[in-house]
Design a protein around this ligand. Sequence first.
Ligand SMILES: [Zn+2]
Length: 312
Amino acid sequence: MDEVLYYAGADIGGTKIKFGLYKKGVCSEGLEAKWDIPTDISDSGSHILGDIAVSLKKVCADRNIDYSLIAGIGIGVPGPADSCGVVKECVNLGWKNVDVRGEFRKISGIPVVMAGNDANVAALGEMWKGSGCGFDNLVMVTLGTGVGGGVIIDGRIHPGSTGAAGEIGHITVNPYETEMCNCKSRGCLEQYSSATGIVRLAKQMMDISGEELDAKTVIDMAKAGDESADRAVDKAMEYLGMALSNIACVTDPQVFIIGGGVSAAGEFLIKKIEKYYNMYSMNTLKNKEFKIAGLGNDAGFYGCIKMVMDNA
Ligand SMILES: [Zn+2]
């Protein structure tokens, strides 16, 4: 008989917790189930870990899976998580100093519990099952409301000493910026290359009052040939290309994966990013591969599963 173990992933977002349950046997393996539940952020997010355990038990019972065969779970959190699985602060969840590993092990009885930053686990997920398949050194950038990032070195997340490595969105790209970033610094990548940043640039460069303006509209206008919209998108991607060329000097990845809502613009963006990346890169680092992310919102739980499978 095939000896089977299960590995779970739970990617905690501000509104939803996305789950994946992975079956690993000697003869076969694959995703057994995926589902999500709402994130209950009441009472400083103190119900979240309990909700995850309850949901996992329920799905196992519904599918006749022996819960005790779950060998490990990876948990993705929207904030920095240190190597001991402790989350100092997660503003979106109301968390302060939550020992995810210790607490969840107690609640769930699952032997191996790991916690990782959501952008970092998404990068690992893309490496394992998405556009980064076949690579083991990659950098993923997520262009959404903000700019997130994850660095994979030799097949593993590089979390840094406090779990804040890969915070690509707060690389300084313009020392002369006067507006403040959410992080209290100025001139961060996120202020230009996120969906919010693209709209901000567009409002500066386009002659429109535009309360209705969103990043997709700006990009669609640029694609359709609107010159000032194109200038705004071009500027946003120039800053991104420049930041990625700086990142390449430190990490020298095989491939850059571009994800998040803005990445739906596809090749149009990739072409611009590549152009500026090569413009700012030193010779030996030019002509890296750039790919659009392949897993969408599933990247997080896939990465959580991979993270714990590699360590259980
Ligand atoms: Zn910032």
